[in-house]
Write a protein that binds this ligand. Structure first.
Ligand code: COA
Length: 261
């Protein structure tokens, strides 16, 4: 039973909730291990087709637990690296999860909390949510989260927000590509989430996973290899059971089998 995390699956949607509200869901080694394990497991479970990540209490996530980080002054460089690697593994597990992951952000999403949002596929944020790559204010840097942040916001915005460590609102988070949608209140955020979940559940589950995998693989490929890779991927999907079912159901004017779950 996780100490700081809640996981529930209903109607093919896994709802993962950070549950350390007294500390604004700041993560320590326990929460990091619990998030990693939960996303590894949900990635393997067919009954979860979409994952929504939220925070309990006033905030989504206030980043790394500063008490935990302070304690690391007594750790050796090797111990510090091992610790940072567990955070890196957590972010990578979220990012690489074969299911679509949607962050549902309210309150503060700061430092590693902003990094977690960047590692998700999409995010909805309340208008009142606050973001920031605040690490430099604490004399540290947004190192482990940087690959995910750069993926989403690009170097231009990273040059501003990493260096100023300023806090910014949901509208700016949306403008720079960190967030997909800004909602005025909880009901509007829930309505947007429902719509996105409905859209995803209309698609072939394996096609969604393959489409997600395609993004990183294409970005990591170089010309002319990329043309071979993309041709192979579409060929694999066309001849797959799911691809055949999708094409057949369209031609037969019926719903594909996967819409039943
Ligand atoms: N790590 C550990 N504890 C944290 C924390 C963090 N990242 N963020 C907040 N807390 C703790 C506070 O120390 C406080 O503990 P206390 O009640 O024992 O004093 C408690 O959470 C409530 O925080 P408080 O600042 O009083 O609440 P608030 O509503 O005024 O502000 C935040 C909430 C999240 C905006 C504010 O606490 C904050 O800016 N935190 C730092 C976030 C940050 O820079 N994270 C990056 C770390 S790399």
């Amino acid at each position: 039973m996780p100490e700081f995390l809640q996981v529930a699956i209903t109607a093919s949607v896994a709802r993962v909730t950070l549950n350390r509200p007294d500390l604004h869901n700041a993560f320590n080694e326990v929460l990091i291990a619990e998030i990693t394990q939960a996303f590894e497991e949900l990635g393997r479970r067919d009954e979860a087709r979409v994952i929504v990540l939220s925070g309990e209490g006033k905030s989504f996530c206030a980043g790394a637990d500063v008490h935990w980080m302070k304690k690391m002054v007594g750790y050796s460089l090797e111990e510090n690296i091992a610790d940072a690697q567990s955070l890196a593994r957590m972010l990578r597990t979220i990012h690489d999860c074969p299911k679509p992951v949607i962050a549902n952000v309210h309150g503060a999403a700061l430092g590693g909390g902003t990094g977690v949002v960047a590692a998700c596929d999409m995010a909805v944020a309340l208008e009142s949510a606050i973001f920031g790559f605040t690490e430099a204010r604490l004399g540290i840097i947004p190192a482990v989260i940087s690959p995910y942040a750069l993926h989403k916001i690009g170097a231009t915005h990273a040059r501003r927000y990493f260096l100023t460590a300023e806090r910014f609102g949901a509208a700016d988070a949306c403008r720079i590509g960190l967030v997909s949608h800004v909602a005025p209140d909880r009901a509007a955020a829930d309505a947007w989430l429902e719509q996105i979940i409905k859209e995803v559940k209309s698609n072939g589950p394996q096609a969604v996973t393959a489409a997600k995998g395609l993004i990183d693989d294409v970005l990591a490929s170089t010309w002319p290899n990329v043309a071979g890779l993309t041709a192979k991927r579409i060929a694999e999907r066309r001849v797959s059971d799911e691809g055949q079912e999708g094409l057949k159901s369209f031609l037969e004017k019926r719903k594909p089998k996967w819409t039943e779950s």
